[in-house]
Design a binder for this molecule. Structure first.
Ligand code: G1P
Length: 298
């Protein structure tokens, strides 16, 4: 079984749900407490052992490329001023030489189309997809790390899922588990599926298990994406191509141990910001006091 070495990060979206904040700043670069949202996602992938990062960008996203590059002037200045702790953090944010590729999605045709743009760079090997407007905090091991552990046992294709309130199922890809009441069948995290559907009407959703934005896919998905017709919202949907892939390859859903934070929505972004502040090892306790104080005010 080929290992999962590369990850695709589709970062071309406009961030319409959080405008005007994203008018001139890529939504992936919005600060979540002390670092850009995208940094959490890249760190998750690194922890999982990903060696190469493929960013599918678009116009106006140059800040992303700069962020993961070396910042010579900044680093030299910090070094001269002996600001060693900050310097170490700045350096840790850049990616090693040759570990990143940037390609542009020229038109906003959908997530499936964005992933297809990475086809040549990925080549003929399994790969991960991480949607950067979702920060996933794994308990212990990162979400993608947990998925790669599962992949190393069962192979095939895997999507991360977790439960969402019924009234919100229409905002996500939703899976159709084989065993309704006990979706895992075994009580374990791997869920067998009959299908999946992108943004179903609330009354027609096959379950409350939404696709979280973390995927491990086999390269055969690219042939399907290349012929995929537009689906929900008139966009080329990754979910639709995965539904077709299920016809020929093993496909599991994976109930990861952790919690996701969607930074692409104003109120959920607030939740993400507060949660990352509270989870900060040095400043978490002080952040809690600040938040409690704000809540006490009229
Ligand atoms: C995308 C996917 C969807 C998934 C969601 C997770 O939707 O198409 O299947 O559930 O991300 O956040 P989007 O949020 O881009 O509309």
């Amino acid at each position: 079984m080929k290992p999962v070495r590369k990850a695709v990060l589709p970062v071309a979206g406009f961030g319409t749900r959080v405008l005007p904040a994203t008018k001139a700043v890529p939504k992936e670069m919005l600060t979540v407490f002390d670092r850009p949202a995208l940094q959490y996602v890249v760190d998750e992938a690194r922890e999982a052992g990903i060696e190469h990062f493929v960013f599918v960008t678009g116009r106006g996203k140059q800040a992303i490329e700069d962020y993961f590059d070396k910042a010579y002037e900044l680093e030299a200045t910090l070094e001269a001023k002996k600001k060693d702790a900050i310097l170490a953090e700045v350096r840790a944010a850049s990616l090693p030489p040759g570990a990143s590729s940037f390609t542009r999605q020229q038109a906003a045709l959908g997530l499936g189309h964005a992933v297809l743009c990475a086809r040549d760079i990925i080549g003929d090997e399994p790969f991960a997809v991480l949607l950067p407007d979702v920060i996933v905090k794994g308990n212990g091991r990162s979400c993608l790390g947990q998925m790669i552990d599962a992949y190393n046992e069962v192979g095939g294709n895997i999507v991360a899922v977790d439960e969402v309130p019924q009234e919100r199922v229409n905002q996500y890809g939703v899976i159709d588990p084989v065993t309704a009441g006990d979706p895992t069948g075994s009580g374990g995290p791997l869920v067998k599926m009959k299908g999946m559907v992108e943004k179903p009407p609330v009354a027609q959703a096959p379950s409350r298990l939404k696709i979280t934005g973390r995927y491990i896919l086999q390269p055969e998905v690219f042939d399907l994406l290349a012929t995929q017709t537009p689906g929900a919202g008139g966009e080329i949907q990754l979910t639709d191509a995965m539904q077709r892939l299920m016809g020929t390859q093993d496909f599991h859903a994976f109930k990861y141990d952790g919690k996701d934070y969607d930074c692409g929505d104003k109120l959920l972004y607030l939740e993400a910001f507060a949660a990352m502040a509270l989870a900060n090892p040095e400043l978490g306790a002080k952040a809690r006091a600040v938040l409690e104080d704000v809540l006490k005010r009229k």
